[in-house]
Design a protein. Structure first.
Length: 287
């Protein structure tokens, strides 16, 4: 069974949300329209296991991860084609290639994290730039273990990363929440996400019956910034829009974010320190 649709009707954050909440496994394919100008200018193939992203490529030749390993010259044989043939023969079919090489003492944890960053995290930023195109999700497609490091990231956390580092919101401009709406919390506990300072501050205003326009004034932030943060909180399932008949003039006290979060983590470009912190949230994919 497969699901298809247009990115004009269902944004990538919405698709990711459906995959995670439905604990879906299979292959998600994104086909940009011809007029899209992406760095790869090719389709995106994203392998999903129970709502987690476990691998990503622009081609279905299953040589993407091997090529990255060859580029870094971590193995004696640096020829991608011969290395692919050798590893395809040696790696057990039920075990991710990265996990196998780590078990053999060939790759370290840090090297696996670098590979996952290059193979999955960085391309995700590019995918979130898509303004138009089509998606297709095929259920229960066999996972190509030779394209897997053994690490994974939840689809919603990938959404948070992608939206936070989105260089232009043009593709999602029509989906930003209205300035006059408020935010209501969807969870009853403290969010278990690596939110940055500004995201925590906006989160403090959930359930306070104040509009995004007022939140922007209270925090002395551009309204667009608050709308984008609100969109992120909604996209990852932490908040929902509420319509305000009469806005409460009460100004809540904004507490400092949790220790360990830094304002310089809020950037429109990818921060190396942020990626390093993020890698701690990566979880091993069950073999």
């Amino acid at each position: 069974m497969c699901i298809t649709g247009s990115l004009a009707d269902f944004s990538l954050p919405q698709v990711f949300w459906l995959l995670e909440t439905g604990h879906q496994s299979g292959l998600l394919t994104l086909h940009p329209d011809d007029r899209e100008q992406t760095s790869s200018n090719k389709a995106y193939y994203i392998w999903v296991y129970r709502g987690n992203l476990v691998g990503m490529a622009n081609l279905l030749d299953h040589q993407g991860l091997v090529s990255l390993i060859a580029q870094r010259r971590w193995l004696k044989d640096s020829c991608p084609s011969s290395l692919f043939a050798k590893l395809s023969r040696l790696c057990p079919q039920h075990q991710p290639l990265g996990s196998y090489l780590k078990k053999q003492g060939i790759l370290t944890n840090q090297q696996l994290k670098w590979l996952f960053q290059a193979q999955v995290l960085q391309p995700i930023y590019d995918a979130f730039k898509l303004k138009s195109g089509h998606f297709r999700f095929d259920h229960n497609v066999p996972l190509p273990t030779i394209e897997m490091t053994g690490l994974s990231i939840s689809a919603t956390l990938a959404t948070l990363i992608g939206l936070r580092n989105l260089p232009s919101w043009e593709a999602l401009a029509d989906q930003l929440p209205d300035p006059d709406i408020g935010l209501a919390s969807v969870v009853n506990v403290k969010p278990d996400y690596p939110l940055n300072d500004l995201e925590w501050q906006v989160w403090t205003y959930t359930d306070c019956m104040v509009s995004l326009q007022s939140i922007a004034q209270y925090l002395q932030l551009p309204l667009k910034t608050v709308q984008q943060i609100a969109f992120r909180l909604i996209a990852i399932g932490l908040a929902e829009e509420i319509f305000l008949e009469v806005e409460d003039n009460f100004t809540p006290t904004v507490e400092s974010p949790s220790a360990g979060l830094h304002k310089d983590s809020y950037r429109e470009t990818v921060s190396y320190s942020f990626l390093q912190n993020l890698l701690g949230f990566l979880v091993p994919k069950a073999s």
